[in-house]
Design a protein. Structure first.
Length: 245
């Protein structure tokens, strides 16, 4: 909620007190309502549903492949102030209906995997489930962002079962390797540091680090493939049998 404006005489920024009051009133009207608390509860339920799906896949694949494809899972609900800021920035109304219709990342879950092929395997298995609808995919592993960011993003829609109805909810899923998550977490911290000298040099160095990490991921995938060659052949046989059955 940017309510500052520049004074042409002093060159300094001042606050528009009327706009501040209006924004704060809109914020509290939305976020303190019973409807807002209910929709946040529903997003938390959606995260639990999705997390359970990934945990079940991890248990099954651990049994079949003798190794865990998922290292850890992190989830979050977008903060109320972040929800309001994004709605305002994009010019959407400050309503519950607007949140549901226009924001796909209120509920988010991050799945951190061991290897790159684990990411694509698990993503494919998830969207094959008959209660999961795939809304959008952004593959930043095959098509990294200019700054070097790599991750596999999906927006999915799943049902949650309440006492009186079934409600479809959207969740943003991010799948990364450990190395991708390491780089992203540190880059996120560093990019919000203010007044950094030689900022452009640091951006270039972070991009170089991302490229090195990508090569490391690829090399680790190659080594893993050599070690688990026999298991991969068995998995291919199982997969082909499931497709023909």
């Amino acid at each position: 909620m940017d309510t500052t404006k520049k004074n042409s005489n002093s060159g300094k920024y001042s606050y528009d007190s009327t706009q501040v009051s209006s924004d704060m009133a809109a914020f509290w009207t939305l976020t303190e309502s019973a409807e807002f608390r209910e929709i946040m509860m529903m997003y938390r339920c959606a995260i639990r549903e999705v997390q359970t799906k990934f945990e079940v896949l991890d248990d099954e694949l651990s049994h079949r492949r003798n190794r865990k494809p998922i290292e850890y899972i992190i989830s979050r609900i977008k903060r109320p102030e972040s929800i309001v800021e994004k709605l305002q920035r994009k010019g959407y109304p400050l309503t519950i209906e607007s949140i549901v219709q226009n924001l796909n990342d209120v509920a988010g879950i991050r799945i951190v995997c061991s290897f790159i092929d684990d990411i694509y395997d698990i993503a494919k298995m998830l969207v094959k489930q008959d209660d999961v609808s795939l809304i959008e995919v952004k593959d930043y592993i095959r098509n990294p962002k200019p700054n070097g960011y790599r991750s596999h993003h999906m927006i999915i829609e799943i049902p949650i079962f309440l006492s009186d109805r079934k409600q479809p909810m959207r969740v943003e899923v991010q799948l990364r390797t450990i190395a991708m998550d390491f780089w992203s977490s540190l880059e996120h911290q560093l990019k919000y540091k203010k007044d950094v000298p030689h900022a452009q040099d640091i951006v270039s160095e972070l991009k170089e680090c991302a490229d090195v990490i990508a090569k490391t991921d690829a090399k680790m995938q190659e080594i893993k493939n050599r070690i688990y060659l026999d298991e991969m052949r068995i998995e291919d046989i199982w997969s082909s049998q499931e497709e023909t059955s």
